[in-house]
Design a protein around this ligand. Structure first.
Ligand SMILES: [Zn+2]
Ligand SMILES: [Zn+2]
Length: 387
């Protein structure tokens, strides 16, 4: 597999439902429409390729295995939505460097607090989930952030400004304007660009470069001077290994536990050699079965591994099948964070192998469309103290 940042620099105003993100399905559709231009006209690709050298099928066909994520607008390649466990001060939101009271993650802290709070009266120092600076209530972080370095994060703001384009039709006889057709879009501000992550097998590498060489057209009103984007492909560095992320996450859990043990050894949650991991879903994960009783995905078939805390929200997803020319069915997906506990007696290597597998293959259906991508132990959870 080759992994790239697919950078999109808008050259025209754009019309997007949400200017912060180009959904994976829209990116896929934009690439598909370029590949389809050399296809047999009228062929419906839902059943198979139109010819032996069908470019669409080699890229998006059944065994093609190329993957595209959503593209988020930001000031750097590493731009993504805040996790469902990110919190900031309601009174002065934002990162400290930008003058806010800080942004931090509650996955470890909130859960451990609730564990220790079985008998809150016994806690010597009642720990509260409030702003450490002004004691105001907290709120979830909405939106996206760009990561420039491990502790150098910026909240993405001021993405675009409104733009109206007017097309006119001129009367032939009187040489006067008959009608005006205003179309409104958004002009993406200077310094902001969209980045998606794209994984392609080696054999499709040159086809990918060829497909995006002349740019992509994204969003609505593409025939009215909107949505043209210049494209750059840059090699994407690999993520930190799963084992390292799990180890760092569990070190943070143990540090939090020591905090409670120091306050009151008898009230602190006991350390029974268990370990934890999170399942982090920035984009919706669709359950594999329509009859699933819960939107919470089940990552492992090991009954001893239990979800102990979740921060989930449901989201309906649908879309359009470009090649088949049909709408896709609407499904309910989940996004958010789930914290799992693994008892000491469960074979650690087996669990890590399973987690490695779901991180590379995703969960449920629609992985190739950008759904069901999950991260295990996102390093953002380590920010238990405000940044
Ligand atoms: Zn074709
Ligand atoms: Zn505050």
């Amino acid at each position: 597999m080759k992994c790239y940042w697919l950078r999109l620099f808008p050259e025209q105003p754009v019309q997007l439902r949400d200017e912060r993100v180009i959904p994976a399905a829209a990116l896929r559709g934009a690439i598909a429409s370029i590949l389809l231009s050399t296809c047999v006209p009228g062929h419906e690709h839902d059943a198979g390729p139109c010819s032996a050298d069908c470019r669409y099928w080699s890229f998006f066909g059944e065994r093609a295995a190329s993957r595209i994520s959503a593209a988020y607008a930001g000031t750097g390649d590493q731009t993504r939505p805040f996790l469902a466990t990110a919190r900031t001060c309601r009174h002065a939101p934002g990162f400290k460097v930008a003058g806010g009271h800080g942004v931090f993650d509650v996955a470890i802290r909130q859960w451990m607090f609730e564990e220790a709070c079985g008998e809150p009266g016994r806690l010597l120092v009642p720990f509260s989930l409030r702003c450490p600076v002004c004691d105001a209530a907290l709120m979830p972080c909405e939106g996206t952030f760009t990561q420039h370095g491990e502790r150098d994060l910026t909240w993405v703001e001021d993405i675009a400004a409104p733009a109206t384009m007017v097309h006119t039709s001129l009367g032939r006889t009187r040489k006067q304007i008959d009608e005006r057709y205003p179309t409104s879009g958004r002009v993406i501000n200077r310094g902001i660009y969209f980045t998606a992550r794209i994984d392609v097998p080696e054999r499709l590498d040159s086809l990918l470069h060829e497909a995006v060489a002349d740019g992509l057209w994204i969003g609505g009103r593409r025939t009215r001077g909107m949505g043209a984007m210049r494209v750059e492909l840059a090699p994407c560095p690999p993520d930190a290994p799963l084992e390292d992320r799990i180890a760092r996450f569990n070190r943070a859990v143990r540090a939090e536990r020591r905090f409670y043990a120091a306050m009151d050894p008898s009230a602190a949650p006991a350390d029974e050699g268990e370990w934890y991991f999170t399942l982090d879903m920035a984009d919706p994960v669709l359950p594999a079965y329509d009859a699933a009783p819960s939107i919470r995905p089940t990552p492992l078939t090991l009954p001893a591994v239990k979800a102990v805390r979740q921060w989930l929200s449901a989201e309906a997803v649908g879309g359009w099948h470009q090649a088949a020319g049909l709408p896709r069915r609407t499904q309910v997906g989940a996004r958010g964070v789930v914290l799992y506990r693994v008892p000491a007696e469960v074979n650690r290597t087996a669990v890590e192998e399973l987690l490695n597998f779901i991180e590379s293959e995703g969960m449920g259906t629609g992985r190739e469309r950008g759904y069901n991508a999950v991260t295990i132990c996102d390093p953002f959870h380590l920010n238990v103290d405000p940044l």
